[in-house]
Design a protein. Sequence first.
Lengths: 306, 625
Amino acid sequence: MLTCDEYLTPRTLDEAFAAMATHRGRYRVVAGATDTLPWARQGRAGDVNIPVLIDVSKIPEMNERGANDRRVRLGAAMPFQRFLDDANLGRAMPCMPRCAVWFADDQIRAQATIGGNIINASPAADGTPCLIAHDASVELAVARGGKISRRKVALDKFILGPSKTALEDGELLIAIECDALPGYGGSFEKVGHRRSLVISLVCLAVLVKLDAAGKKFEDVRLAIAGIGPVPQRLTQVEKFLRGTPIDAERLAQAADMPVELVASRTRQDYRRDVVRGFMMRGLINAARRAGADAQALTGELEAAYA
Amino acid sequence: MPDLQFQATVNGRKVARSAKPHQRLLDFLRDDLQLTGNKEGCGAGECGTCSVFVDGVLMKSCLMPVAKAQGAQIETIEALARTGELSVLQKAFYKAGASQCGYCIPGMVMAATAAIRANPFAGREEIKERLGGNICRCTGYQKIFDAVEMARDVQNGKLPASALSEIEAEQGDFIGRNVRRIDAPSKVSGALKYAGDMTMPHMLHVQVLRSPHAHARIVSIDTSAAEKLEGVEGVISSADVPGEDGFGVFVNDQPIMARGKVRYVGEAIAAVAAEDALTAMRAVEKIKVVYEQLPAIFDPDDAMHDGVPVLHDYAPDNVTKHIPIRVGDVEKGFAESDLVLEETYATQAIEHAYLEPEAGLAYVDPDGVVTVVSPSQNITHHRHMLARIIAKPIAKVRFIMSPVGGGFGGKEDMIYQGMLALLAMKTRRPVRLVFTREESIISTAKRHPSRTTLRMGLMRDGRIRALEMKMISDGGAYGLSTEGVMRKAAILAAGPYVIPNVKIDTIGVYTNNTPSGAFRSFGALQTEFATESMLDVAAERLGLDPFEIRRVNAMRDGATTHTKQKLGSVSLMRALDAAEKASAWEKGAPNSRGGNRNDLNRDDVRPPVSLGARFETADKQEAAE
């Protein structure tokens, strides 16, 4: 059970940094808190006393979000549910709503935050592959001498390993920025022991942009999680497909490429099968949603994989 | 440290109270406001029984620090039927019979309410997805989905309101008639009080110290520091048991709390009653136990060797119960057979995982009657055992069965009621113990893990000539229902089949694992898994259809079982016909499959796992508009 002596809910970044300075070494920052509470239970961390919990979810700047045709900015305390509520966000990030329906369940999605998902740095985090495919970076802030300074780090450099990030003592994750990809088709493929509220065994984010005729990949973005210590971008496969026509044989070749990356602690053979299937299904689903030509993306191909 | 000054609007009423900074919204609603329709099934956000609306959005209150709900509008299950009339959804749950034990139901009703608020036209798939954060263990999902669809249609005018009427369409008295569940309104409204929801004036809260060791001698237990803690009213260990300490279903081998030694991780050693649960927890941490570790044994096969640790003095071979059955001459039967198969089968321990963790409340009434309220599946037996254990005449012991939030056999054992009785006697105050989910899993009985060696001899036409089976079962540290489970496993091992030569041995063995006990099917699962699997293997080897090989061997009306029970009627043939039809079975030997399956797009066949029905409805609605 989690106990604390104080639960602070700062309303501004200044207040948050002041609280962090006052309680240095005795606090933990929470946002949604949906991972912290189950963590402090028997069988995991057990009974935990954290003298001060600092809840940053009520700081307005950390809840802001905005998307135009080029860029997206997400406050770190934004609940995951916003990817389903906000059509503008869904247009700019076409695989995110698909990811969000797989993320936890309807209740937890309303409370759990995008920033928390990143900071947790789970090898199976659902949100991270989508963000990496969008070339996301994180904005980190720290208060020194009464002044808040900020730095940006690419998300794939920020996550160092399971539960490990480049966040430094006294730093807060404020926001995430990434490319807007309107007009792309998106898909998110995930498998776990059940559908809802399950940790991914494998998850794959796919974003594709097709030419005007819907026959050729103009851009492909792929990122995968659950197969190794950190989520990873599949740049080799992206290169292999970019500029090529939608073609069953080439898709099958592309689907084989990341199979060798499987380096999970358990169930490698199973994951290899899943990776191959997800690559096919994900690329086909994303291409269909990007407006693929019916002759290029045949019903047969769809029926076989999607 | 300062308490929080918490303000919110709860079910339309302004609430302003001080709260502990570590409290969860669930604790505040249940403990401070007595809104006990909000249940705690897991405390970890997995089960959904605690779902409430916070500013109109469904949340899991076990994951929400109360401070997060500061200033919010909160709506709980109690709000839905506040006028005294059930909501449309609640009526639909009642009508559809969508409640069994009822423990998940308030959360289900809340999730369903959220689902049709979010999309009043949600299809069945979308409803399923939106209820994905809620678990039912009685497997009542179909009726729950039926109920949500019914409510949706009534709300949309597709069904008349009379569809939810309480008047039964089907009249007459006969077995098989659908009847309304009379307890459903109390369950769908959250009004029903389970043991963990009950309070009494001046009540104390109990926490239990449990063993971290699988097998150890207890050198000493020092409770003095715990007793000195402010707020602690009583601490007990086995020294406090006044009578003959031992309970069980067939053999009374289990003390209320470990006596002299511990035999499994999670075994109760001492218990504390204090003014609040947190104080009791702190006191438990102050109890000092000195252990002398003993070699432990975790495999039932190893446990039967000579020279291994012995768990209970009365059973020097560690065998809890051996049930032998002999019919005919199996060696002769094998010699006559065209095909003899031999395989080994194993099953694992399984947790019952009822949504309601164990809970109980005990008090000594004005006449000195020690009274225990708990979701016990066997109160009469418990009452007799407890009377002997606390050395009181039976008239001075009373058990009250509270609503059982799922049992499945897992609540047949008197695993905690004795501690409650002793603490009520010691403190002369009402005491309540509510298990956490983790505590429930580590300390209570599981389904017996098993390892079965099976030989089966068959004729070419599929007739079984002989069956020889030996099942070794891990009974864990205490006897509980092991004897009965072994008996049932043996009786049912040969299945509903005519077999002239049968030799069966089922053996339950003590180990230092979590005790095994009653679990629905009570042993039949383990042995029949082996027999039925073997029949499939045999069908493949003999080139027979798996349904046909069963029909060839099926007992018919008037058959005599392997234990000489005469069966007036046998429904196996009907069951096989129904299963064959419902499964769209492709006739033939089971050594090829899939070649001519064309059913993947059929309505009643589930497609590969996917999520996103809500996008489909949105597309369809857009198209319609």
